[in-house]
Ligand binder design. Structure first.
Ligand code: 5CA
Ligand code: ZN
Length: 409
């Protein structure tokens, strides 16, 4: 699949900072030490509805990861998937009487537009589940041949008992896992499974549903977790730097993915850091396509809201925090954007070097975007109250805010 166009990332004076980031698997901060090419996999959308603010907040977090790395003069190898065949997509297409392929294409196209408007840097490889099927089938066959997968009425399940490290990503106990499995696409109550938590790797063809040639697995379609493992291993290999997504992906999705990869390669961890963004709520509940309590990025754009203000709303919340979207948080961001634009519109101002370092320091410290915004606020307030004589300082601030925060002033 094609991704979306990249906005330019201006180069900044001075030295970028290495990234310390919270890793769900170890429960603490880890100092990442990527090579000259940093590797990151971020779970993409299931395209059955438009991009909402919760999605945008999660992608914003991983966009910051890229920007911190780019500032250290590294290249970034960023991979993202699109779950373009799965139960929720087929169910929505059925409900609305539309073709599931057309629905997925339409929503993916809108996602690209939203990401472009928000200045999110595109992945180098943007891969759909359907196009990944030829790579998924041999992995499932290998898991089965290794005794880590079994068949149940034609469907193939992964046996979580085959992975000595199962549970190390989320750190949850069996009872909590069982609850979340039922909530998040698993089928713990299906009779005949070896362990209620075992996830599906390959679903045998169902009447009236799309299916593909699965070689020795028979016709069917892939399970959700193996999709991301196949794409990540194909494009990044084991031991890449960051696997990212919202906190609702820690279990089962990233736990199961780590297990599949462990059995396939004998290695743990698949990623040096499992990084999870908090959940954005609306009216007191997690924003979710299934609940329908959504604020769409595209709708805000249609209503004339500046994408830079949407982005500043996201940045005003630490990526790991759960937070609530309200009219007020958007209004605050619009006011801030106005203050910043006024401050950089003059040819001179207070010195900018220390501010650039403060933004770097804040982001390097577990992507503390609110601290970075506070630093820019202080510079803008100084500019407004006292001005300054440094010629070109506003230009430096503008470039730093663009390069490190993805906001065009
Ligand atoms: N296709 C899978 C991942 S392989 C999927 O979870 N798709 S999704 O469309 O449901 O979600 C896309 C990303 O947005 C995931 O990282 C998910 O954790 C995140 N996300 C979903 N809802 C919210 C929310 N309310 N707040 C923050 N992030 C969210
Ligand atoms: Zn995924």
């Amino acid at each position: 699949m094609h991704a979306w166009p990249a906005s330019e990332v201006p180069a900044l004076p001075g030295q970028g900072r290495d990234l310390r980031i919270h890793d769900t698997a170890t429960g603490g901060l880890v100092s990442l030490d990527p090579g000259p090419v940093a590797r990151i996999y971020v779970c993409g959308i299931t395209p059955y509805d438009a991009t909402h603010i919760g999605h945008a907040a999660t992608y914003n977090a991983f966009d910051l990861v890229q920007r911190v790395w780019l500032d250290t003069k590294r290249q970034v190898h960023y991979v993202q998937n699109v779950t373009d065949v799965d139960d929720p997509l087929l169910e929505r297409a059925e409900r609305d009487g539309v073709d599931w392929v057309a629905l997925a294409e339409k929503e993916t196209a809108l996602f690209r537009e939203d990401m472009t408007a928000l200045r999110m840097l595109p992945p180098r490889h943007y891969i759909g589940a359907v196009e990944a099927i030829p790579g998924i089938v041999p992995l499932v066959e290998r898991l089965r041949d290794a005794g880590a997968a079994y068949e149940l009425d034609g469907d193939v399940y992964f046996s979580v008992g085959s992975d000595p490290n199962f549970g190390r990503v989320s750190g949850l106990d069996a009872a909590a896992m069982r609850l979340l499995s039922a909530e998040r696409g698993g089928d713990p109550d299906r009779p005949g499974k070896k362990n209620p938590l075992d996830p599906m790797l390959w679903m045998a063809a169902r009447e009236g549903e799309p299916s593909w040639d699965g070689g020795s697995l028979g016709r069917g379609r892939p399970g959700w977790h193996i999709e991301c493992v196949a794409i990540a291993l194909d494009h990044l290999g084991m031991g890449f730097d960051v696997q990212g997504g919202g906190s609702d992906l820690a279990f089962p999705h990233h736990e199961m993915g780590a297990s599949h990869a462990q059995v396939l390669t004998g290695e743990f961890p698949m990623a040096q850091a499992y990084v999870h963004a908090g959940m954005v709520a609306l009216d007191g509940e997690k924003m979710s396509k299934s609940r329908g309590n959504l604020v769409f990025v595209s709708k805000l754009r249609q209503d004339g809201v500046d994408p830079a203000a949407i982005r500043l709303t996201l940045l005003a919340h630490h990526y790991r925090a759960d937070w609530e979207w309200t009219d007020q948080v958007l209004t605050d961001a619009q006011a801030r954007l106005g203050r910043w634009r006024a401050a950089v519109s003059r040819p001179d101002g207070p010195p900018a070097e220390a501010l650039v370092e403060e933004i770097r320091e804040a982001l390097g410290n577990d992507l503390d975007a609110p601290a970075a915004l506070a630093a820019v606020d202080r510079w803008a307030a100084l500019q407004q109250e006292h001005g300054g004589t440094d010629i070109g300082a506003p230009g430096v601030v503008s470039r730093a805010v663009d390069a490190l925060l993805g906001v065009a002033l």
